[in-house]
Design a protein around this ligand. Structure first.
Ligand code: FAD
Ligand code: EPU
Length: 281
């Protein structure tokens, strides 16, 4: 049954800002389509979001139940020695747990996504990734809820690119199937460690990851660092001393603090920086 609660979204986001909103927890496709009958916003791990201090007026959709279940068994009709096509994986599944499960089975394909605190749906929505791989590399197909219907698509149906899936506005990813390569747990772990090593310079504080996309492959963090903006602060939001592209919440920061800080950073950098954070106002 759909559960409706009123919650401060600060509690459901990694940056920890955002006011009270109506949260609809849905457990299967029927409930999802029902919840989508009025304006809505799907919420994953809340790890790329700056939510307004006033909250949002739309229904916030959380995917649980069968929409967070995982079937990693290989499909015998599609799999072979060099390819493991999984069953369905719910979009509400936490990506870090999935990456771990896949490693334990000795399957390769998600190593580059280690350390991304997303749900599967959120990672698909923005094609999350690192230089060691992105979500799209491992997608066999995806199921979406859109305009009152559930449909299944091939990943190439969408104009995905760096940090963007190209899914139409309003589409909710409900489930995916992955294409993985049979390997062994030790080798997969070694590749995960290698990818994780690139995160050594990232802060462990409350954050929503990188604030800006890298312009033309240049590290926005490096540009912000070179401009001397590390440590710049508005209220309790601060540009991390560890990595220039991370805004951290020192405790009690507001969305207004974060957005003002980002405005100042953009102005000072002087070249157009596209926001990676999604802002819910
Ligand atoms: P949310 O933040 O909840 O939502 C983000 C957007 O996705 C929203 O527009 C939301 O409506 C939409 N969405 C969520 N679920 C669905 C769904 N089921 N269907 C349709 N739309 C949906 N990102 C990287 O790419 N690479 C990194 O290396 C990386 N490192 C990070 C490290 C840290 C410490 C943190 C905090 C974040 C990092 N991020 C990184 C950013 C973030 O984890 C990714 O953007 C991630 O994909 C967001 O997923 P989410 O489930 O948390 O989505
Ligand atoms: N650098 C600095 N100062 C800084 C930050 C970086 O000089 O403050 C330098 C580093 O020393 C390095 C170079 O810039 O020489 C690149 O830095 P890093 O390896 O941290 O990579 P990045 O381009 O800044 C990208 C992604 C991260 C991802 C890492 C690791 C974007 C916007 N960022 O960061 O993704 O985790 O690579 O693959 O694409 C995210 O998208 O939220 C995110 C965290």
């Amino acid at each position: 049954m759909i559960k409706v609660s009123h919650l401060p979204l600060a509690k459901l986001t990694t940056l920890g800002v955002g006011g009270e909103s109506e949260v609809w927890t849905v457990h299967d496709q029927t409930e999802l389509l029902e919840a989508m009958q009025s304006p809505y916003r799907p919420l994953g791990g809340g790890s790329n979001l700056v939510v307004s201090d006033a909250g949002v007026k739309e229904r916030v959709l959380l995917l649980k139940g069968t929409l967070a279940e995982v079937n990693l068994e290989s499909d015998p009709e599609l799999s072979h020695e060099k390819l493991h096509v999984t069953g369905w994986i719910g979009a509400g599944k936490a990506l870090p747990a999935l990456v771990r499960q896949v490693q334990k089975l000795g399957l390769s394909g998600l190593e580059g996504l280690v350390g991304i605190p997303a749900t599967v749906g959120g990672a698909v929505w923005m094609n999350a990734g690192t230089r060691y791989g992105e979500m799209w590399d491992a997608l066999y197909c995806l199921e979406i809820a859109y305009q009152g219907k559930i449909s299944v698509h091939h990943p190439s149906d969408f104009p995905y690119q760096y940090r963007s899936s190209g899914l139409p506005e309003g589409a909710v990813v409900s489930r995916v199937r992955l294409k993985l390569t049979p390997s062994n747990p030790e080798d997969v772990q070694a590749r995960m460690d290698f990818a994780d090593n690139a995160r050594k310079g990232q802060p462990k504080a409350r954050t929503a990851g990188c604030a800006f996309k890298n312009p033309n492959g240049v590290s926005a963090g490096k540009l912000i660092d070179e401009a001397g903006l590390k440590g710049l602060r508005v209220g309790n939001a601060m540009v991390s001393h560890e990595h220039g592209n991370f805004v951290i919440n020192l405790g009690g920061a507001t969305a207004a603090d974060v957005l003002e800080l980002l405005r100042i950073v953009r102005e000072k950098i002087g070249i157009p920086l596209e926001m990676e954070y999604e802002v819910w106002e």
